[in-house]
Design a protein around this ligand. Structure first.
Ligand SMILES: Cc1cc2nc3c(=O)[nH]c(=O)nc-3n(C[C@H](O)[C@H](O)[C@H](O)COP(=O)(O)O)c2cc1C
Length: 228
């Protein structure tokens, strides 16, 4: 069924200690928590690039966020491009599910959305793609990186997405990254010009990884609410 939407894949075992925002200190409780984090199976946190526009700046953002995510210890990530997702335009919802995309969402513990602001809203194609799954999202963490030509860095599109995230059963975090005036953040080759985004994405990933771990623990160990 069409090409594979996954354009990059990496399992982050490069030995960097940056997981979960924990500080290392010999014999500390944090050390014990960090050890237990490393003994768990890797968290799966794909990055979804939410626009298919020709010349999209969001691709630079997605590639940068993907690269930062794959540096994390015990995190497995993939870059999913909505442009590559096989999607019908004469249908909507779960009946047009793409098997590979659904399997990735089913397997994941959290999701990063990279979303440009289009007329203060989100690209229709991203919504069309997200609507293909439903139960696969439930009780999983989501973080959003907003992208805009304007100063606000997609703050409005992030706010606009929150009710959608809630309806999908995703749990939003309270850290976002706002890539405002995005054309000044990367050069023409897509290299990062503004190094402050390294720290911003780090903070965002710390929170997302924490929430993804908490929710995975909850999914595994706490019984769900019985249906009526
Ligand atoms: C249809 C459309 C609507 C847009 N609306 C806004 C907007 O409301 N606010 C804004 O700051 N930028 C807006 N932009 C500019 C984008 O934010 C800008 O292109 C930015 O690079 C992110 O989108 P991109 O990934 O498609 O490049 C719009 C661009 C398009 C194509």
């Amino acid at each position: 069924m069409g090409s594979n939407p996954i354009i990059g894949k990496f399992r982050g075992y490069d030995g960097q200690v940056a997981d979960c925002g924990l500080q290392q200190g010999e014999g500390s409780i944090s050390d014990n928590i960090d050890m237990s984090a490393k003994m768990e199976r890797p968290l799966v946190i794909p990055v979804i690039l939410g626009t298919a526009r020709q010349g999209r700046q969001s691709e630079n953002v997605a590639r940068f966020v993907f690269a930062q995510t794959k540096k994390r210890v015990n995190v497995e990530t993939e870059l999913i491009d909505v442009r590559e997702l096989p999607m019908r335009l004469d249908d909507a919802g779960e009946q047009m599910k793409d098997a590979a995309f659904s399997a990735t969402i089913e397997r994941c513990d959290g999701i990063i959305l990279v979303v440009p602001e289009y007329n203060h809203g989100y690209p229709g194609l991203l919504k069309h793609a997200l609507d293909m799954n439903l139960k696969e999202y439930i009780h999983k963490a989501v973080g959003i990186c907003g992208v805009s030509a304007g100063l606000f860095g997609g703050a409005r599109v992030i706010e606009g997405l929150l009710p959608v995230m809630r309806e999908l059963g995703l749990v939003t975090i309270f850290e976002d990254v706002n890539f405002g005036k995005v054309e000044t953040v990367f050069d023409e080759q897509g290299n990062l010009l503004d190094q402050s985004y390294v720290r911003r994405v780090d903070k965002f990933l710390n929170e997302l990884i924490w929430m993804a771990r908490v929710l995975r623990h909850g999914r595994k160990t706490i019984a769900g609410v019985p249906e009526e």
